[in-house]
Ligand binder design. Structure first.
Ligand code: ATP
Ligand code: MG
Length: 256
């Protein structure tokens, strides 16, 4: 990983530079769209304000996400161009640990990008990548954006949708799916409509959901259900917003 960018790992901007480099490489490889560059810039600004760390409320939401995945009959991780560029291996690992499917789902769907992302995920260890069949539709969305696999997202009961746009997040919710959103902006519509909004960088969020899933692997259904039921989505959003507006001092309060 350290050979990816020409910057020492102890450089204060290391993580941010690594992220930019991966997105840039993603664009060059045809897996990330130019829009993805803009999304990255927007995300970075929020991450800077969050202190570029997983805040306590996000860690709690990541544990809840893990519990949902372990309780699910059919969990799916939805992957777009930014997610594929930033955390391909981490997504595959999360899917392996929780028995989830991985499905490519793009806002600007083109066959070339779909294939390139699927190939990229396979290079990072994915055995099966869904999304290419596209034999079902999410109701309420225009044609291209609605395409999903019937035995993938369409059939899922729990879907993790990182960096999703608000419309699609809402439409998936209306299909009765439990939606877990990773987004650095707590005011984003996608975060606002999610059952579980995770306000964290995808680079930190996915490995941490996996770590929680490993930790909860032997927990009983009752224990997992208790974790899920204790979650307060409004409070998770409010805690992130406080952190953005007021900085880290509020954290002592959040941890209580
Ligand atoms: P809105 O939801 O506010 O209506 P939008 O979703 O259309 O706007 P975009 O800029 O397209 O706005 O969305 C990109 C979203 O992805 C932003 O909310 C940004 O914070 C988030 N994002 C970008 N990079 C990351 C990342 N690495 N991890 C988590 N979230 C990220
Ligand atoms: Mg959004």
């Amino acid at each position: 990983m350290s050979d990816e960018v020409d910057v020492p790992e102890d450089h204060p901007r290391y993580q941010s530079l690594l992220t930019r480099h991966r997105i840039e490489a993603g664009v060059e490889k045809g897996i990330t769209s130019k829009q993805g560059l803009i999304a990255e810039g927007r995300g970075e600004a929020f991450d800077y304000l969050l202190g570029e760390e997983t805040i306590p409320s996000a860690d709690a939401a990541e544990r809840v996400a893990a519990a949902y995945f372990l309780l699910a009959e059919h969990p799916v991780v939805s992957v777009n161009g930014n997610v594929a560029a930033l955390v391909p291996e981490e997504v595959v690992e999360l899917a392996d640990v929780t028995g989830a499917d991985v499905e490519v789902n793009l806002f600007g769907r083109t066959e070339e990008r779909m294939q390139a992302i699927a190939e990229h995920l396979r290079e990072h260890g994915a055995e099966e990548v869904k999304g290419l069949t596209a034999d079902a539709r999410i109701p309420g969305l225009s044609h291209e954006r609605a395409k999903v696999d019937r035995d993938g997202i369409y059939d899922a009961d729990v879907v993790l949708v990182p960096l999703e746009d608000g419309d699609r997040a809402e439409a998936l919710g209306e299909m009765g799916k439990t939606e877990i959103v990773v987004d650095l902006n707590p005011l984003s519509r996608s975060a606002q409509v999610a059952a579980v909004p995770i306000i964290d960088n995808i680079m930190r969020a996915i490995p941490n959901v996996t770590a929680h899933a490993r930790d909860l692997q032997d927990a009983s259904r009752e224990e997992l259900e208790a974790i899920v039921e204790a979650f307060d989505r409004e409070e998770a959003l409010a805690a992130a917003e406080r952190r953005l507006r007021e900085g880290a001092r509020e954290d002592a309060q959040d941890a209580k």
